[in-house]
Structure formats: structure tokens, C-alpha cells
Design a binder for this molecule. Structure first.
Ligand code: COA
Length: 326
């Protein structure tokens, strides 16, 4: 069997504290019933106040390195996918590099929002297949609960905190056999965090106007998401020389259960082939697919020889998919 970039190890970390829909009923005008039927979310995890994205990412990274049987010094490159980095700069990957003692690695962040972990895996594959690096650590780490307006019921019920990670290196199994990424920048206004960047620097006024919280056109995003996720998955699956019916497990970005069921229907996949953990965690942006992949593995949802497809979409609008031969 040919060796190519594959998954050497997986790990994830979820904060202990849960915020349930019942808790949210006391915070905004909503109900457990509305949130469950419209989104499929029952609860989400909230990181402690003193935690930043790097603290979540460190835990997931350590778990993934341990799972791979490597040591932190064996890591050649760290890629962190995040929209909630500790600071605008330095990159969160540099902070994580120091915290885990991966002193031989280069490090950079990528921002592809909820598609970030998939973009990260694909980037890692280029470095591994070219022979430039041996072991690349890819992390999706997000503290989304710092970005939401806790008075806006249309967004605050959706998001949660968490991190997932994988080590990518040459492998005979769990090989990344194909991928696809895309972008539609004309949709960049549909999901954004307006202030704090060079366009609208933070001022007293921007804070008062709540421009430091994420803004979303939920309905528009919903419609586009179904189309681009199904398209991206189909493109990666076709490129792998497979049919949708050959996919044993689809691991989608956990944004909304109705989006995921519509994607499954479009792809002709039965519900039992879709990995779901949205009920427990909500949308953790780039950490969603990372945590889902690690959990699917831990829960023995994947067996040797399976075709696994990861698919995501996010702000940008970005979208992408990866097919892994387990
Ligand atoms: N509780 C109760 N009612 C709520 C609510 C909440 N948490 N949030 C919104 N509503 C209300 C709205 O105010 C609206 O009321 P109105 O009819 O009186 O104006 C009504 O519910 C319907 O709102 P609508 O926005 O049409 O609901 P929806 O079925 O589209 O669901 C989302 C809203 C946000 C759940 C849905 O659009 C969605 O999931 N979009 C995609 C978001 C996403 O995935 N983003 C991440 C991308 S990575």
C-alpha cells in the first residue's frame, strides 16, 4: 500500500461547564423546544473566563500527539484554525507551540472560519506529500462564546467552545485520498465580526453599538450552506473515484441539524451515515469538525477500510471537504 499523508493521531478537548437550553430560557426570550426543533442543539460547552483559544487547543494538541505515539519535539509544523485567537497577533499557533514544547516546529494560523480545520488538514497534506515536513499538527480551537451577543437570541443559542486536533504524517492507513476547497467572497457580509479589525477599529462607539459581536443573516447562510456543503462533498468524493453511496460516514460541520439533514438528502445518504454531536456542543466553528472526527474515532464509528468524508462551510463564505480512506 502506497504511503501518503494520513491521520497519525486524534484528540479533542471540551470544557466541563454546560449551558443547556433550559439555562438559556432564563437569559433570552427562547425555549428548549424552539432551539431543539430549529437547530438540534440541546446544550453547549462554555470555557472558563480565564481560558483563551490556545488553552483549549493545547489540551486537544496534547491528546492528538499522545494518540500518534509522537513527542512534541517530533512536530515540524503547527497549523491552528481559529476565528477566536488569543490576540490579533501573535498567532495562536505560536502560543500553543510554546505551551506544548514543540520547539522544533514552525507555526501559523489560518482563518477560514468554520471550514478552517478542513483547510488546515489540506494544507498539512501538501507539506507531508511534498516531503518538506514529516509531522504536522492541525488544531481547530475556538472560544466562540466570547464573540456572541448574549442578548441576541438568533445567534447566542447556536455557539459553543471546544478544540480538536490531529497529527498528519505519512501513513498506510487513514490516508487523505482527496479534497476540495472553495470560496464565495460575495457572501462575506452574511456572517462577520464587524469591529476590531482595520476596517472598523475598536472605539467606545463600536462597543456601544455591539459591533464586536458576530452578526449573521441566518436564513441566507442556511440556504447557501446546504448547497455548498453538498457540492464540496460531491466534488471531493468524485475526485477520489468514489460515489456518494461509497461513503461509510459523513462528518459534517455541526451548524444546524436541519442543514445537515438537507445535505444528507441531497447526497442520497441515509441519516445513520451522518455523524452528529451538535446536540451536545452546538456550533464550535473550526473546532466542530475536529472534535467530531476525534469523537467518531473514539466511539468506534469508523472501521478499517471505511471511506470517511469531512465537509464544512463557514464565514467567507468558505467551504471544503476531505475524503479519508480509514
Ligand atoms: N428562540 C425563539 N425564537 C427565535 C430565536 C430563538 N433563539 N431566534 C430567532 N427566533 C425567532 C425570530 O425572531 C423569528 O421571529 P418572527 O417570525 O417573529 O420574526 C422566528 O424565530 C423565525 O426566525 P428565522 O430566522 O426565520 O428562523 P430560522 O428557522 O431560519 O432559524 C437559525 C434561525 C439561525 C437557527 C437558522 O437560520 C440557521 O441555523 N441558519 C444557519 C446559521 C449557521 O449555520 N451559521 C453558522 C455558519 S458556519
Amino acid at each position: 500500500m502506497m504511503e501518503q499523508a494520513g491521520i497519525l493521531g486524534l484528540g479533542c478537548y471540551l470544557p466541563v461547564m454546560k449551558l443547556t437550553n433550559k439555562d438559556m430560557e432564563k437569559m433570552v426570550d427562547t425555549s428548549d423546544e424552539w432551539i431543539m426543533t430549529r437547530t438540534g442543539i440541546k446544550e453547549r460547552r462554555i470555557a472558563p473566563k480565564e481560558f483563551a483559544a490556545s488553552d483549549l487547543g493545547v489540551e486537544a494538541a496534547r491528546a492528538a500527539i499522545k494518540d500518534s505515539g509522537l513527542k512534541p519535539e517530533d512536530i515540524d509544523l503547527i497549523i491552528v484554525a481559529t476565528v477566536t485567537g488569543d490576540m490579533a497577533f501573535p498567532s495562536t499557533s505560536c502560543i500553543i507551540q510554546d505551551k506544548i514544547g514543540a520547539r522544533n516546529s514552525a507555526a501559523f494560523d489560518i482563518n477560514a472560519a468554520c471550514s478552517g480545520f478542513i483547510f488546515g488538514i489540506i494544507t498539512a497534506k501538501q507539506f507531508v506529500d511534498s516531503g518538506f515536513y514529516k509531522n504536522v499538527l492541525v488544531i481547530g480551537a475556538e472560544k466562540m462564546t466570547n464573540l456572541v451577543d448574549w442578548q441576541d437570541r438568533s445567534t447566542c443559542v447556536l455557539f459553543g467552545d471546544g478544540a480538536g486536533a490531529c497529527v498528519v504524517g505519512k501513513s498506510k492507513d487513514r490516508r487523505i485520498i482527496s479534497y476540495f476547497i472553495g470560496c464565495d467572497g460575495s457572501g462575506s457580509n452574511l456572517l462577520r465580526l464587524p469591529a476590531g479589525g482595520s476596517r472598523i477599529p475598536t472605539t467606545e462607539e463600536t462597543v456601544k453599538a455591539k459591533l464586536h459581536f458576530l452578526k449573521m443573516e441566518g436564513n441566507e447562510v442556511f440556504k447557501i450552506a446546504v448547497k455548498v456543503m453538498a457540492d464540496a462533498a460531491n466534488k471531493a468524493i468524485t475526485k477520489a473515484g468514489l460515489l456518494c453511496s461509497d461513503i461509510d460516514l459523513l462528518i459534517p460541520h455541526q451548524a444546524n441539524i436541519r442543514i445537515l439533514m438537507a445535505v444528507a438528502k441531497k447526497m442520497g445518504l441515509p441519516e445513520e451515515k451522518i455523524f452528529l454531536n451538535i446536540e451536545k456542543y452546538g456550533n464550535m466553528s473550526s473546532a466542530s469538525t475536529a472534535v467530531a472526527l476525534a469523537e467518531a474515532d473514539k466511539e468506534h464509528k469508523i472501521k478499517k477500510g471505511d471511506n470517511v468524508a469531512l465537509v464544512a462551510f463557514g464565514a467567507g463564505l468558505t467551504y471544503g471537504a476531505v475524503v479519508i480512506k480509514w
